[in-house]
Design a binder for this molecule. Structure first.
Ligand SMILES: Nc1ncnc2c1ncn2[C@@H]1O[C@H](COP(=O)(O)OP(=O)(O)OP(=O)(O)O)[C@@H](O)[C@H]1O
Ligand SMILES: [Mg+2]
Length: 222
Protein backbone atom coordinates (compact mmCIF):
# COMPACT_ATOMS: atom_id res chain seq x y z
CA UNK A 1 0.00 0.00 0.00
CA UNK A 2 2.61 2.54 1.12
CA UNK A 3 6.33 1.88 0.99
CA UNK A 4 8.93 4.33 2.26
CA UNK A 5 12.63 3.80 1.66
CA UNK A 6 15.64 5.66 2.96
CA UNK A 7 13.62 8.56 4.33
CA UNK A 8 15.71 11.39 5.73
CA UNK A 9 14.60 14.83 6.87
CA UNK A 10 17.04 17.54 7.86
CA UNK A 11 16.05 20.93 9.17
CA UNK A 12 18.56 23.73 9.10
CA UNK A 13 18.16 26.43 11.69
CA UNK A 14 20.86 29.05 11.23
CA UNK A 15 24.11 27.10 11.20
CA UNK A 16 22.74 24.07 13.08
CA UNK A 17 21.28 21.07 11.36
CA UNK A 18 18.66 18.85 12.97
CA UNK A 19 18.33 15.33 11.64
CA UNK A 20 14.64 14.82 12.44
CA UNK A 21 14.25 11.56 10.48
CA UNK A 22 17.36 9.50 9.94
CA UNK A 23 17.01 6.76 7.34
CA UNK A 24 13.56 5.24 7.79
CA UNK A 25 12.27 2.28 5.80
CA UNK A 26 8.63 1.40 6.26
CA UNK A 27 6.29 -1.01 4.50
CA UNK A 28 2.63 -0.36 5.31
CA UNK A 29 0.32 -3.11 4.12
CA UNK A 30 -3.34 -2.69 3.29
CA UNK A 31 -5.40 -3.24 6.44
CA UNK A 32 -2.48 -2.61 8.84
CA UNK A 33 -2.94 -0.83 12.14
CA UNK A 34 0.56 0.39 12.96
CA UNK A 35 1.53 2.26 16.10
CA UNK A 36 4.67 4.38 16.21
CA UNK A 37 5.67 5.39 19.71
CA UNK A 38 8.47 7.73 20.68
CA UNK A 39 9.30 10.52 23.08
CA UNK A 40 8.93 14.21 22.35
CA UNK A 41 11.13 15.28 19.44
CA UNK A 42 11.89 11.75 18.23
CA UNK A 43 10.63 12.53 14.72
CA UNK A 44 7.10 11.07 14.63
CA UNK A 45 5.37 14.17 13.24
CA UNK A 46 8.10 14.77 10.70
CA UNK A 47 7.77 11.19 9.47
CA UNK A 48 3.96 11.37 9.22
CA UNK A 49 4.23 14.75 7.49
CA UNK A 50 6.41 13.18 4.79
CA UNK A 51 4.13 10.13 4.43
CA UNK A 52 1.16 12.49 4.28
CA UNK A 53 2.55 14.53 1.42
CA UNK A 54 2.97 17.72 3.43
CA UNK A 55 6.67 17.69 4.34
CA UNK A 56 9.12 17.10 1.49
CA UNK A 57 11.80 14.54 2.40
CA UNK A 58 15.48 15.53 2.18
CA UNK A 59 16.19 12.04 0.87
CA UNK A 60 14.27 8.87 0.12
CA UNK A 61 11.10 7.80 -1.63
CA UNK A 62 7.49 7.19 -0.68
CA UNK A 63 5.36 5.06 -2.95
CA UNK A 64 1.60 4.96 -2.45
CA UNK A 65 0.08 2.18 -4.53
CA UNK A 66 3.17 2.34 -6.71
CA UNK A 67 3.10 6.12 -7.20
CA UNK A 68 6.01 8.16 -5.90
CA UNK A 69 4.15 10.88 -4.04
CA UNK A 70 7.12 13.26 -4.01
CA UNK A 71 7.81 13.22 -7.75
CA UNK A 72 4.18 13.99 -8.61
CA UNK A 73 3.27 17.57 -9.47
CA UNK A 74 1.93 19.63 -6.57
CA UNK A 75 -1.54 19.48 -8.08
CA UNK A 76 -1.52 15.69 -8.39
CA UNK A 77 -0.13 15.33 -4.87
CA UNK A 78 -2.91 17.62 -3.60
CA UNK A 79 -5.47 15.40 -5.31
CA UNK A 80 -3.88 12.33 -3.75
CA UNK A 81 -4.09 13.96 -0.33
CA UNK A 82 -7.72 14.85 -0.95
CA UNK A 83 -8.69 11.34 -1.94
CA UNK A 84 -6.21 8.74 -0.66
CA UNK A 85 -4.40 10.05 2.42
CA UNK A 86 -6.06 11.52 5.51
CA UNK A 87 -4.25 13.17 8.37
CA UNK A 88 -5.55 13.51 11.91
CA UNK A 89 -3.80 15.59 14.57
CA UNK A 90 -3.93 16.16 18.32
CA UNK A 91 -6.02 19.28 17.66
CA UNK A 92 -9.31 19.07 15.79
CA UNK A 93 -8.58 21.84 13.29
CA UNK A 94 -12.33 22.36 12.87
CA UNK A 95 -13.18 25.62 11.13
CA UNK A 96 -15.01 27.81 13.64
CA UNK A 97 -17.38 29.35 11.09
CA UNK A 98 -18.80 25.97 9.99
CA UNK A 99 -21.07 23.61 11.91
CA UNK A 100 -19.81 20.18 12.89
CA UNK A 101 -21.64 18.62 9.94
CA UNK A 102 -20.26 21.19 7.49
CA UNK A 103 -16.74 20.63 8.80
CA UNK A 104 -17.08 16.90 8.16
CA UNK A 105 -18.36 17.51 4.62
CA UNK A 106 -15.72 20.13 3.83
CA UNK A 107 -12.93 17.87 2.42
CA UNK A 108 -15.35 16.60 -0.23
CA UNK A 109 -14.94 19.99 -1.92
CA UNK A 110 -11.33 19.10 -2.69
CA UNK A 111 -12.19 15.63 -3.91
CA UNK A 112 -15.08 16.88 -6.06
CA UNK A 113 -17.51 14.37 -4.54
CA UNK A 114 -20.12 16.59 -2.98
CA UNK A 115 -23.30 14.78 -4.11
CA UNK A 116 -25.18 13.11 -1.22
CA UNK A 117 -22.25 13.89 1.01
CA UNK A 118 -24.47 15.12 3.85
CA UNK A 119 -25.92 11.62 4.32
CA UNK A 120 -22.46 10.18 4.55
CA UNK A 121 -21.35 12.90 6.98
CA UNK A 122 -24.35 12.11 9.21
CA UNK A 123 -23.41 8.43 9.13
CA UNK A 124 -19.79 9.18 10.02
CA UNK A 125 -20.81 11.46 12.88
CA UNK A 126 -22.91 8.59 14.18
CA UNK A 127 -19.90 6.27 13.91
CA UNK A 128 -17.76 8.60 16.04
CA UNK A 129 -20.53 9.14 18.60
CA UNK A 130 -21.57 12.67 17.67
CA UNK A 131 -25.17 12.16 16.57
CA UNK A 132 -27.23 15.15 17.62
CA UNK A 133 -24.28 17.57 17.46
CA UNK A 134 -24.35 18.04 13.68
CA UNK A 135 -25.73 21.57 13.67
CA UNK A 136 -23.62 22.96 16.50
CA UNK A 137 -20.49 25.03 16.10
CA UNK A 138 -17.13 23.43 16.98
CA UNK A 139 -16.93 25.57 20.13
CA UNK A 140 -19.81 23.54 21.57
CA UNK A 141 -17.69 20.38 21.45
CA UNK A 142 -15.44 19.10 24.24
CA UNK A 143 -11.79 18.39 23.23
CA UNK A 144 -12.45 14.69 22.74
CA UNK A 145 -15.57 15.41 20.69
CA UNK A 146 -13.44 17.71 18.53
CA UNK A 147 -11.06 14.83 17.83
CA UNK A 148 -14.06 12.58 17.10
CA UNK A 149 -15.31 15.12 14.55
CA UNK A 150 -11.85 15.30 12.97
CA UNK A 151 -11.87 11.50 12.59
CA UNK A 152 -15.25 11.72 10.81
CA UNK A 153 -13.84 14.47 8.58
CA UNK A 154 -10.81 12.29 7.78
CA UNK A 155 -13.11 9.49 6.59
CA UNK A 156 -15.44 11.52 4.36
CA UNK A 157 -13.47 10.87 1.16
CA UNK A 158 -12.82 7.17 1.87
CA UNK A 159 -9.03 7.43 2.05
CA UNK A 160 -6.82 4.36 1.56
CA UNK A 161 -4.64 5.34 4.48
CA UNK A 162 -5.15 7.30 7.69
CA UNK A 163 -2.17 8.93 9.37
CA UNK A 164 -2.98 9.98 12.93
CA UNK A 165 -0.40 12.12 14.67
CA UNK A 166 -0.94 11.69 18.40
CA UNK A 167 -4.72 12.24 18.31
CA UNK A 168 -5.01 11.49 22.04
CA UNK A 169 -2.10 13.61 23.23
CA UNK A 170 -4.09 16.43 24.79
CA UNK A 171 -7.06 14.43 26.03
CA UNK A 172 -7.97 13.51 29.59
CA UNK A 173 -6.80 9.90 30.23
CA UNK A 174 -10.38 8.64 30.62
CA UNK A 175 -11.20 9.85 27.10
CA UNK A 176 -8.36 7.99 25.39
CA UNK A 177 -9.94 4.53 25.20
CA UNK A 178 -13.09 5.88 23.54
CA UNK A 179 -11.03 7.50 20.80
CA UNK A 180 -8.85 4.42 20.31
CA UNK A 181 -11.98 2.27 20.05
CA UNK A 182 -13.09 4.41 17.10
CA UNK A 183 -9.76 3.71 15.39
CA UNK A 184 -10.16 0.01 16.18
CA UNK A 185 -13.65 0.07 14.62
CA UNK A 186 -12.56 1.76 11.42
CA UNK A 187 -9.60 -0.63 11.25
CA UNK A 188 -12.01 -3.58 11.52
CA UNK A 189 -13.98 -2.04 8.68
CA UNK A 190 -10.85 -2.30 6.54
CA UNK A 191 -9.03 0.99 6.90
CA UNK A 192 -5.24 1.16 6.98
CA UNK A 193 -4.05 3.22 9.94
CA UNK A 194 -0.68 4.52 11.09
CA UNK A 195 -0.97 6.19 14.48
CA UNK A 196 1.91 7.94 16.21
CA UNK A 197 1.92 8.73 19.91
CA UNK A 198 4.21 9.50 22.82
CA UNK A 199 2.01 7.12 24.84
CA UNK A 200 3.12 3.50 24.87
CA UNK A 201 -0.12 2.38 26.53
CA UNK A 202 -1.91 2.21 23.19
CA UNK A 203 -0.02 -0.90 22.07
CA UNK A 204 -2.94 -3.28 22.63
CA UNK A 205 -4.96 -1.53 19.91
CA UNK A 206 -2.35 -1.94 17.17
CA UNK A 207 -1.24 -4.92 15.12
CA UNK A 208 2.34 -3.77 14.84
CA UNK A 209 4.29 -1.54 17.19
CA UNK A 210 7.30 0.47 16.14
CA UNK A 211 9.52 2.75 18.14
CA UNK A 212 11.00 6.01 16.94
CA UNK A 213 14.23 7.09 18.61
CA UNK A 214 16.16 10.14 17.48
CA UNK A 215 14.86 9.85 13.95
CA UNK A 216 15.36 6.10 13.62
CA UNK A 217 12.49 3.62 13.47
CA UNK A 218 12.66 0.09 14.76
CA UNK A 219 10.03 -2.58 14.95
CA UNK A 220 9.24 -3.93 18.39
CA UNK A 221 9.06 -7.65 18.68
CA UNK A 222 6.54 -8.49 21.37
N1 LIG B 1 9.92 22.76 10.93
C1 LIG B 1 10.96 22.45 11.69
N2 LIG B 1 12.07 23.20 11.71
C2 LIG B 1 13.11 22.86 12.46
N3 LIG B 1 13.19 21.77 13.24
C3 LIG B 1 12.11 20.99 13.28
C4 LIG B 1 10.93 21.27 12.52
N4 LIG B 1 10.02 20.30 12.76
C5 LIG B 1 10.60 19.46 13.63
N5 LIG B 1 11.84 19.86 13.95
C6 LIG B 1 12.78 19.15 14.86
O1 LIG B 1 12.86 17.81 14.43
C7 LIG B 1 12.89 16.92 15.55
C8 LIG B 1 11.72 15.95 15.46
O2 LIG B 1 10.52 16.68 15.69
P1 LIG B 1 9.07 16.05 15.56
O3 LIG B 1 8.11 17.15 15.75
O4 LIG B 1 9.00 15.25 14.32
O5 LIG B 1 9.04 15.06 16.82
P2 LIG B 1 7.81 14.30 17.47
O6 LIG B 1 8.24 12.91 17.72
O7 LIG B 1 6.60 14.51 16.66
O8 LIG B 1 7.65 15.05 18.88
P3 LIG B 1 6.33 15.31 19.75
O9 LIG B 1 6.03 14.05 20.52
O10 LIG B 1 6.70 16.45 20.63
O11 LIG B 1 5.20 15.69 18.83
C9 LIG B 1 12.88 17.81 16.78
O12 LIG B 1 14.21 18.00 17.18
C10 LIG B 1 12.27 19.09 16.28
O13 LIG B 1 12.71 20.18 17.04
MG1 LIG C 1 4.77 15.37 17.03
Amino acid sequence: MMVATGLVKRFTIGSTEVLAVDGVDLDIKKGDFDLITGVEGSGKSTLLGMLGGLTPPSEGNILLQGQNIWTLSGTRRAHLRATEISLIFSFSGLLPTLTVLENVMFPSVFAGTMVHIDKKAHRLLQLVGLSGKEDLGPDCLSPDEGIRASIARALINDPSIILADDPVRDLDPEKVTGIMEIFATIHREGKTIVLASRTTELESFAQRVMRMERGKLSEQIA
